[in-house]
Design a protein around this ligand. Sequence first.
Ligand code: ASP
Length: 342
Amino acid sequence: MEERKILIIYTGGTIGMVIDPETNSLVPFDFESISKHVPELRRFDFQVKSLSFEPLIDSSDMHPDIWIKLVGIIEENYSLYDGFVILHGTDTMAYTASALSFMLQNLKKPVVLTGSQLPLGTIRTDGKENLITALEIAAAQKNRQALVPEVCIYFKDKLFRGNRTTKYNAEHFNAFRSDNYPPLAEAGIHLKYNYPYIRYTTLNGTFRVSKKMDTNVALLRIFPGINKDVVKAVLNAPNIKAVVLETYGSGNAPTTEWFLNEIKEAVERGLILLNVTQCLAGSVEMWRYETGVHMLELGVVSGYDMTTEAAVTKLMYLLANCSSVEEVKKELNRSLQGEIHI
Ligand code: ASP
């Protein structure tokens, strides 16, 4: 049997950082130094090759242009490797995973993002286990077919669907959660795959990439006492084509006249308003309360149980790839890559 090959794409993040003695803060370090801390990389029964970003970035500097670069790297290397592991800072990992899930279509190979809360060079690092298990998952096959042909995040014993994941903890090793979708795999003594929840539907189509993202998207989180001028400014921001509204509970928002008028005018102008909940779990159901019904009647689109990260990146992807507002709205109402349950 041909030897399996996995490509590590090192973008930066805490996993590879070291303390800069001058500033005492963490700064990125090259991959050679990473691999010194993980001699196990040479012990796998598959080949591991790596490619580093130049310059390495803290993921707070992540940008759709870099997603396009990542997608390009995966496209170029797609036929050469059996799977990909992306080393990435945790801060925006859920955004990158969501974006890549939309940009990489009919994926038949795993793209596993991972990182760590403590750098690999520190004694108590969580990075070593995260990297080793992410590689095992990226290489896992049955009858030469990948076990998890999805964009996913592996972190602290759990593999999550990327576009269902959110970073919720800046302190603990289990930094990510996916409240609306079960883990795709769990690592204990054995690596247990949750087969019924893994997406295999793309196996028929040909692998395709989209390298277009439209960043004319805004995010507005509602809170009691939100200022009219702020709402107005966001909904009227120049060139904005879509706004993700982070509402309360099952998709509820204030019923004040000025607020509903702003929403109404925005929809009439052709702005796409996508309603997601501030809650970590559960779904938008605008018909449930009068406060949601108003939004539904005004033409606000339901984001169902989608994460904010998936909502923002799905809009960027759709705005760049659809030819009309109607088409974007239609696509928002279906699951493209398992990001929503309708
Ligand atoms: N600031 C870092 C980053 O996102 C945090 C981390 O990697 O955990 O790049």
